[in-house]
Design a protein around this ligand. Structure first.
Ligand SMILES: [Zn+2]
Length: 213
C-alpha cells in the first residue's frame, strides 16, 4: 500500500493516490505519513547486497522498488592516488556520482519518485528543472512508460534539452527564472515529480554518509 501523506506543520493528512496534492493546503511541503523503521539492529554493512544499489535499503524507504536503472553505490576514489594529484589532505575521497545512469545524483530521487508514480498509476509527471533533475526524471519516466513534461528555462543549453528529448520526454521552455515557472507557482497539473516531493528527499539521504551507497 502506498504511504499516505501528512503535513508536519499543520497535521493535515492526505490519502495516497494519483490525484494527491503536491503540497499541503497550508502551503507546506508534505511528508510520507509512514516511514518504515524495521526492528532490530542496524544492518551490517558487510552483508548489504550492493548489487541492489540504492534499493539495498528498500526496507527503510516508504516507496516500493518499481522503476530502477541500477542506481546507487557509486564508487569512492582516493583523492591523492595519482602521481600528479594536488594535495587534498589525508583521507580525502571523491564520490563519483557522475556514473549514475543519467550522470548525476538526481537519479536517487528519480528512481523513488517514478517508483511511487508507478505505484499510484500516474500517467504523466511534470518536473521543473534547469538541468540534471530534468534529465533524471525524463530518463526514469521513460523507464516507467510514463509521460513526462519538463519545464526548463528558455535559455537552457541545447545539451540539456537533448538529454530530456532523447528519452522521449517533452521539454517546455519558460521565460524567466526557474522560480517563475508554472510548476513552482503551484499552477501545474497534478503530478509527483516536484521539488518538494518527499519521494525526492528520502532516498537522497542514502547518499549522505561515510559509506559508499
Ligand atoms: Zn499543512
Amino acid at each position: 500500500m502506498p504511504s499516505n501523506l501528512s503535513c508536519l506543520d499543520c497535521g493535515r493528512t492526505y490519502d495516497a493516490g494519483p490525484d494527491e496534492p503536491w503540497r499541503c493546503e497550508c502551503g507546506h511541503p508534505l511528508e510520507f505519513a509512514d516511514r518504515p523503521l524495521p526492528d532490530g539492529p542496524a544492518p551490517d554493512f558487510a552483508e548489504i547486497d550492493t548489487r541492489a544499489g540504492l534499493w539495498a535499503f528498500e526496507e527503510f524507504l516508504p516507496v516500493s522498488r518499481r522503476v530502477t536503472l541500477g542506481e546507487g553505490f557509486t564508487p569512492l576514489q582516493d583523492a591523492s592516488s595519482g602521481p600528479n594529484s594536488p594535495d587534498w589532505g589525508e583521507n580525502t575521497q571523491f564520490k563519483l556520482e557522475y556514473v549514475f545512469p543519467s550522470g548525476s545524483f538526481k537519479d536517487r530521487g528519480a528512481t523513488a519518485t517514478l517508483s511511487r508514480a508507478a505505484e499510484l498509476g500516474v500517467e504523466k509527471v511534470v518536473e521543473d528543472s534547469s538541468g540534471n533533475a530534468g534529465a533524471a526524471i525524463a530518463q526514469y519516466a521513460a523507464r516507467a512508460g510514463i509521460e513526462a513534461d519538463v519545464y526548463v528555462p528558455a535559455d537552457a543549453k541545447q545539451s540539456k534539452l537533448a538529454a530530456i528529448e532523447r528519452v522521449g520526454a517533452n521539454p517546455v521552455k519558460v521565460e524567466g527564472s526557474q522560480a517563475g515557472t508554472p510548476a513552482t507557482r503551484g499552477t501545474r497539473p497534478s503530478s509527483l515529480a516536484r521539488p518538494l516531493s518527499p519521494s525526492r528527499s528520502q532516498p537522497s539521504a542514502t547518499g549522505r554518509s561515510r559509506t559508499p551507497w
